[in-house]
Design a protein around this ligand. Structure first.
Ligand SMILES: [Zn+2]
Length: 300
C-alpha cells in the first residue's frame, strides 16, 4: 500500500508536468463522475494531503468556483505521465490493463507542450469544490509531510495529542489510523515500532516519548519523499538492506539476529487487509506492553 511519501512524490511529478496547463481532454471512468466535463479548466497545482491526491483546477472563465479532482491510491493505484509509470517501491509498476484506467487527462501548456496523465486503479475519484476539501479531509490527522510543519508547532502538538488520546490502543493500530496521523502506511508502522523498540501490540502508553516517535515518523517520510526506493535503515546495509523488519518474516533481525516474526492486528474501525499484517523482532521489541512471547529465541 502506498505510503504518504509515495503520494507526495507522485504529486510533485504530476505538479511539475501539469501545473499551468489547460485540459484538452478529461475522461473520468467512475460512475459518479462520468459526466464531469473539465475541458478548458487549468491545472493550478497538484498537492498531497496524507495519502490523498488533490489536483486543483481553475475555471476557463470567471464565474464557477475552483474545483479539485480528488483521488486516492489505496492498494494498487498508480499514475502515469506521458506513458511512464511513476513507480515506487510500494506500487507494482508493471503494465496496467486498460479496464483499470480511472482518470485520463490531456493538457496543453502555453508554449504548446502537451502532457498526458493517466491514473490506474485509483479509488475515491470525485470532483468537488476546492473550498469543500476540508469537508472531505478535515477529519484527517496532521499530515506528516505538511509543508507548514516546521513553522507551525501546533501540527506536531496535535499529532502527539492524537497519538496519546487512547492510551490502551495498540501502537501498531494507532500509527496506521489516518485520523491520528496522516501519511503512515503498513511499512512505516512496522519500521517505526521496531525503531522505538516497541511491540506493535503494545499500548500507545508504552511509548514514553511520543514526540520522538512523531519526529522520527516525519523524518523517515521526508527522507524518502524523493526516492524511488524506500530506506529506513540509513542505507548502510547494502543490497536488500533497506528495511528493518517489514516483509522480512523468518529472516534474521539485522540488530540481534533473532528471527523476525509476522503478526496480525486488527480492529473494526481500520478497514482493509493491509491493516492486519505486520512484522516485528520478538527480541528487540519485547519491551513494556509486549504480549508474552511464544518460542522466543535468540539466534547467535
Ligand atoms: Zn532484533
Amino acid at each position: 500500500m502506498p505510503e504518504g511519501d509515495t503520494v507526495a512524490r507522485q504529486c510533485r511529478i504530476l505538479d511539475e508536468a501539469l501545473a499551468g496547463a489547460v485540459l484538452t481532454a478529461c475522461d473520468l471512468r467512475v460512475p459518479r463522475e462520468a459526466t464531469a466535463d473539465l475541458v478548458g479548466w487549468t491545472v493550478s497545482e497538484v498537492r498531497p494531503r496524507g495519502k490523498h491526491l488533490l489536483l486543483r483546477l481553475t475555471p476557463p472563465a470567471p464565474g464557477p468556483p475552483p474545483l479539485t479532482l480528488h483521488s486516492h491510491l489505496m492498494m494498487d493505484g498508480i499514475w502515469h505521465v506521458d506513458g511512464k509509470a511513476l513507480r515506487s517501491s510500494d506500487t507494482s509498476a508493471g503494465p496496467r490493463s486498460p479496464d483499470t484506467l480511472r482518470i485520463l487527462l490531456e493538457a496543453t501548456h502555453a508554449d504548446g507542450r502537451q502532457v498526458r496523465a493517466a491514473a490506474y486503479d485509483v479509488k475515491q475519484v470525485r470532483v468537488l469544490r476546492t473550498a469543500d476539501e476540508e469537508q472531505l479531509l478535515g477529519s484527517l490527522g496532521p499530515d506528516l509531510l505538511d509543508p507548514a510543519w516546521e513553522e507551525d508547532p501546533s501540527l506536531r502538538e496535535r499529532a502527539i495529542t492524537n497519538l496519546t488520546a487512547e492510551p490502551a490502543r495498540p501502537l501498531g493500530l494507532a500509527l496506521l489510523d489516518q485520523h491520528v496521523l496522516a501519511g503512515i502506511g503498513n511499512i512505516y508502522r512496522s519500521e517505526l515500532c521496531f525503531l522505538r523498540r516497541l511491540h506493535p501490540a503494545a499500548p500507545t502508553s508504552a511509548e514514553k516519548d511520543p514526540g520522538v516517535l512523531v519526529d522520527l515518523a516525519r523524518r523517515l517520510l521526508v527522507l524518502n519523499r524523493d526516492r524511488a526506493v524506500r530506506v529506513t535503515t540509513g542505507g548502510m546495509l547494502g543490497r536488500d538492506g533497506d528495511l528493518w523488519v517489514y516483509g522480512r518474516g523468518g529472516k534474521q533481525c539485522r540488530r540481534c539476529r533473532t528471527r523476525i516474526e509476522r503478526g496480525e492486528l486488527a480492529e473494526p474501525r481500520l478497514e482493509g487487509t493491509e491493516a492486519r499484517v505486520l512484522w516485528f523482532c520478538p527480541w528487540c521489541q519485547a519491551g513494556p506492553g509486549a504480549p508474552p512471547a511464544t518460542g522466543r529465541r535468540r539466534h547467535r
